[in-house]
Design a protein around this ligand. Structure first.
Ligand code: UDP
Length: 245
C-alpha cells in the first residue's frame, strides 16, 4: 500500500496513476470487500475541515488519490513528497480499461438516467470487452435501497462506481457498504456528466498547464463560490509550511 501523508490534517496517499492502478488491482484481488477509493482536492480538504464525520470516513478509505494539481502542490510543498496527479475521472477510465483487460465486472450507480445510460454506452465502446453488469441512476428512492444492494451483489460486480456527488456518495457507502460484496468502490462525483458532455471537462491544453480549475471557472461562473476556496487553501498550506512547527 502507498505511503499516506496528511495535508492540513487530511490524509492523502503518495501515488501516481500507475501506483493507483496497481493498488486498485491488489484491492480487487484481496480478501476485503468495499474498499473505497476517494479523491482528495483543495475543495474536499476544506469541506473535510468542516465535517468531522466525512473526515473520519476519508481516514478509513483504502486509497486517497491526489485528484488535482492543488493536492499535488500541497503534498510537494508540505512534505517534499514525489507525487503525481491522479484525476479521479482519469482513474475511473483507466479502471474500466483494466476491467476490460482482466475481466472484472463493473456496476455504475448515480447521475441522471440519460447521463448514466449514455456514459455506459460510451465506455463500452471505448473499452471493448468491458463488462458493465448493471447500472442505476442516482435517484433511487430510499425504499428501494435494499433492492439496489441486492441487485449490485447479484450482478457479481467487483467494481462499483458511485456518482452521487459528495458527501451524498460517502454517506451512501457508509450506510450500505458493509452489505456489499464488491471489492472496490470509487466515488466519482460528476464524472459521468463529463463523459456524456453534459458538463464540459477542460480541453487537453488547459489540463496540460494545470489550469483545469480556471477553465471550469470561466465556463461555469457560478462555481466562483467553490473556486474561491482555492486561494484560501493556498494560504492555509503556506501558513502551515512557514508558520507551524
Ligand atoms: N446526483 C445523483 N443523485 C442525487 C444528486 C446528484 O445522482 O440525488 C448526481 C448528479 O446528477 C451528478 C453528480 O451526482 O451526476 C454530482 O456531481 P457534482 O459535480 O456535484 O459532484 P462532485 O464531483 O462535485 O462531488
Amino acid at each position: 500500500m502507498p505511503e499516506r501523508i496528511k495535508i492540513l490534517g487530511v490524509p492523502l496517499d503518495l501515488v501516481d496513476m500507475k501506483g493507483a492502478l496497481v493498488t486498485a488491482d491488489n484491492l480487487i484481488n484481496g480478501s476485503a470487500n468495499s474498499n473505497c477509493v476517494l479523491a482528495v482536492n483543495p475543495e474536499k480538504i476544506i469541506a473535510l475541515h468542516q465535517d468531522e464525520w466525512l473526515l473520519d470516513f476519508f481516514r478509513k478509505a483504502a486509497l486517497l488519490i491526489p485528484d488535482g494539481i492543488g493536492a499535488v502542490w500541497a503534498a510537494r510543498t508540505l512534505s517534499g513528497a514525489k507525487v503525481g496527479r491522479v484525476p479521479g475521472a482519469d482513474l475511473m477510465q483507466n479502471l474500466c480499461a483494466l476491467a476490460a483487460k482482466k475481466g472484472y465486472k463493473v456496476f455504475f450507480y448515480g447521475a441522471k438516467e440519460e447521463v448514466s445510460a449514455g456514459a455506459v454506452d460510451i465506455l463500452e465502446q471505448r473499452y471493448p470487452g468491458l463488462e458493465v453488469v448493471g447500472r442505476r441512476n442516482g435517484f433511487v428512492q430510499p425504499t428501494e435501497m435494499d433492492a439496489l444492494v441486492n441487485q449490485i451483489n447479484a450482478s457479481g460486480a467487483q467494481i462499483l462506481f458511485i456518482a452521487l456527488g459528495s458527501p451524498r456518495q460517502e454517506k451512501w457507502v457508509a450506510q450500505y457498504g458493509v452489505r456489499l460484496q464488491v471489492k472496490l468502490i470509487q466515488g466519482i462525483g460528476g464524472t459521468l456528466d463529463t463523459i456524456t458532455g453534459h458538463v464540459k471537462r477542460a480541453p487537453e491544453f488547459w489540463q496540460r498547464f494545470n489550469l483545469e480549475w480556471f477553465y471550469r471557472l470561466i465556463n461555469e461562473p457560478k462555481r466562483i463560490t467553490r473556486q474561491i476556496k482555492l486561494p484560501v487553501f493556498s494560504l492555509m498550506v503556506i501558513k502551515q509550511k512557514f508558520f507551524s512547527r
